[in-house]
Ligand binder design. Structure first.
Ligand code: BG6
Length: 280
């Protein structure tokens, strides 16, 4: 384990012996997470790539979230618009096994950064590196889990009046009616053509999470509620009361890249007291 505790980036061993990277802004500290391969952690921000959910022949949400990524020691310049030094660059290239199930050569670069203001920023860059002249298409999501005090008190703003595909009704298309989204039963919707800013208001904690995104037109809203929560082995029976996924995504219109082309998708998350955020 590194002893240079005050550096913004720390490399150390997790409690199961896996390498892990801790990003630190001077005013914060990182929570410990346990993770057991090969399945993604249910929490945090699993990367859904090259397939969102079960929209194709791959495993749910694609294979990227279940793979070991390498630290990218020689990344190309990233357009972060931030002076932060607390960042890490990761890279995923397909293995022989991956190429058997998804026969496309790619490089997926991910920058994870903490801004000096305490925001979290993720920038994904996917490049088609194939030499066969063939394009490929993919769907994508930052499967972001938010911790909330009480789901029945939460409101999501920015999605009202938009069209959505309802995963609970064979992906039928509907239009959201009325005000901010609230929660009283299972929800699994893909909102389409969403604004670049979405807010989650957590009333009890008097906190608002603000999601800002680029290159990601859709937004998935998911809470499994009681029955599905019980059916998931890696999810506590009552945990649905204290979580919500709002996922910046590109689902309805898959992204297509010709050889040599690159796609970028950026997510920025901030969690600020509601009073500070209102009206912004
Ligand atoms: C959401 C999907 O993104 O992820 C849901 O919209 C899915 O349909 C949920 O159930 C969890 O997926 P998984 O594969 O992590 O259990």
């Amino acid at each position: 384990m590194s002893t240079e505790k005050f550096l913004p980036v720390e490399f150390c061993k997790g409690n199961n012996g896996l390498d892990k990277v801790v990003l630190r802004e001077s005013r914060g500290s990182s929570a410990e997470a346990t993770f057991k391969p090969p399945k993604a952690i249910r929490g945090g921000i699993p990367i859904c790539f090259p397939q969102f959910a079960s929209l194709g022949s791959l495993e749910s949400h694609g294979f990227a979230r279940n793979r070991f990524w390498s630290i990218d020691t020689d990344p190309p310049a990233f357009p972060t618009n931030s002076s932060s030094k607390a960042y890490i660059d990761l890279i995923l290239r397909p293995s022989e096994e991956d190429l058997k199930i998804w026969p496309h050569s790619f490089e997926f670069r991910l920058r994870v950064a903490l801004t000096p203001g305490g925001d979290l920023m993720l920038i994904s860059r996917v490049r088609n590196t194939s030499t066969d002249g063939k394009p490929f298409s993919f769907t994508f999501a930052y499967h972001t889990y938010f911790s909330v005090s009480d789901i029945s008190e939460v409101r999501v703003e920015g999605l009202e009046t938009l069209d959505y595909l309802d995963n609970l009704q064979n992906k039928e298309r509907f239009t959201e009616q009325g005000d901010a989204i609230t929660f009283e039963s299972e929800v699994d919707k893909i909102y389409l053509s969403t604004p670049t800013k979405i807010a989650i208001l957590d009333h009890e904690k008097k906190r608002t999470f603000v999601i800002r995104k680029d290159g990601l037109p859709d937004a998935v809203v998911w809470n499994p509620w009681d029955k599905k929560a019980k059916a998931m082995a890696d999810f506590g029976d009552d945990e649905y009361k204290h979580m919500l996924c709002v996922e910046a995504a590109a689902v309805e219109k898959p992204i297509t890249l010709k050889p040599g082309e690159e796609w970028k998708g950026r997510l920025e998350l901030s969690g600020v007291p509601s009073s500070y955020c209102s009206g912004q």
